[in-house]
Design a binder for this molecule. Structure first.
Ligand SMILES: Cc1cc2nc3c(=O)[nH]c(=O)nc-3n(C[C@H](O)[C@H](O)[C@H](O)COP(=O)(O)O)c2cc1C
Length: 321
């Protein structure tokens, strides 16, 4: 079984990849997406999005990082994929699942699921442009308006030479509303001759087991579940031996993440990524709700630092100063 950390724009950046892969249990992760128009992008754009390019495309704990591209222009996708490969990308991941209006209006993401032939052209152009030793993978939803196009798009991608396919078990119109339709992954998994990775609504080891039973898939990609429970991959891999992490294990990670973010983002944004993470943590940790209720009004670095200190004292948790 392989478990991948899902790409999440605005949340799973370089630091989050470093943090979550260092906990263990993950076989791979993906950058945020690089949106491709028609232009050739310069080197610094690639290395900013994926500083791991300078470290053999591995996170510090050695987990491979796939470089994610999004766009509808096959030629531009191909030459920018070749550029990422030339800069040392481990694999190229193509995003055909993004539901965002701005992305879909600009000819990218899930909108392309309505045009399997175009998807085939894009994947083939990228596959042809990238050296054979570098995998080209794709991520789709089951369709755009409804879930009827999953199999056709999956075949289009596999026939174009992709090495692996992740399927988020919903349509674009399903957005993020539960449930995920794991049963509908089974025909894709059965008919494709490349690995099919199941994705969507895996929040616990039990969910993963049910997803495996319904979909027949052996590999999984998890997004929000790993934010809500950073030790989830460990719990899945060692159901008997693993002791679930408590708030005392999580709070130091949050402080570390916040402080590293300060070095990289302007002060007015530095709490935003932290807030996003807290939204998911509240699902498993009541303490996260307490913290978040105070955090949501804060913008300044010093105020957030003080909140950490105050909260740690109340919870009797020792934090690095
Ligand atoms: C905030 C956020 C950002 C996302 N960004 C991307 C992205 O850049 N590329 C992509 O293919 N999917 C993206 N997704 C979708 C996730 O990768 C994943 O398919 C989805 O969250 C379902 O999996 P989960 O239930 O395990 O979270 C994003 C999801 C969220 C919640």
């Amino acid at each position: 079984m392989r478990i991948f950390l899902a790409p999440m724009e605005g949340v799973v950046d370089f630091q989050m990849r470093q943090l979550l892969t260092s906990i263990g249990g993950l076989d791979g992760c993906v950058t945020e997406f690089l949106r491709i128009g028609e232009q050739r992008l310069p080197r610094r754009v690639f290395t900013k999005l994926c500083p791991e390019l300078l470290q053999q495309s591995r996170t510090p704990s050695g987990t491979p990082v796939a470089f994610q591209l999004l766009g509808g222009n096959a030629e531009a996708m191909a030459f920018n994929a070749a550029k990422a490969a030339g800069l040392g990308a481990d694999s190229i991941d193509l995003n055909f699942g993004c539901p965002a209006k701005t992305v879909n209006r600009n000819d990218g993401g899930a909108k392309l699921l309505q045009e399997p032939k175009r998807i085939h052209r894009i994947v083939k152009a990228v596959r042809d442009a990238v050296p054979s030793g570098i995998d080209v993978t794709a991520k789709i939803r089951l369709g755009f308006q409804d879930r009827s196009m999953g199999l056709e798009n999956a075949h289009a991608i596999a026939d174009a030479g992709a090495q692996q396919l992740v399927v988020h078990a919903r349509s674009k119109n399903d957005a993020y509303r539960p449930p995920a339709y794991w049963d509908e992954l089974r025909p894709i998994r059965d008919q494709l001759n490349i690995p099919v990775i199941a994705n969507g609504e895996i929040w616990s080891p039990d969910d993963l087991q049910r997803c495996a039973d319904h979909s027949g898939c052996e590999d999984f990609m998890i997004g929000r579940g790993l934010l809500a429970r950073p030790d989830l991959a460990l719990a899945i891999r060692n159901p008997d031996a693993h002791q679930a992490w408590c708030w005392e294990d999580i709070l130091p990670l949050l402080l570390d993440f916040f402080r590293k973010g300060i070095e990289q983002y302007p002060e007015k944004y530095c709490g935003n990524r932290l807030k996003q993470w807290f939204m998911y943590l509240q699902r498993n940790y009541p303490e996260a709700e307490l913290f978040f209720n105070q955090l949501k009004r804060l913008r300044k670095r010093d105020e957030i630092e003080m909140l950490f200190a105050h909260h740690a004292k109340e919870q009797k948790i020792e934090l690095a100063s």
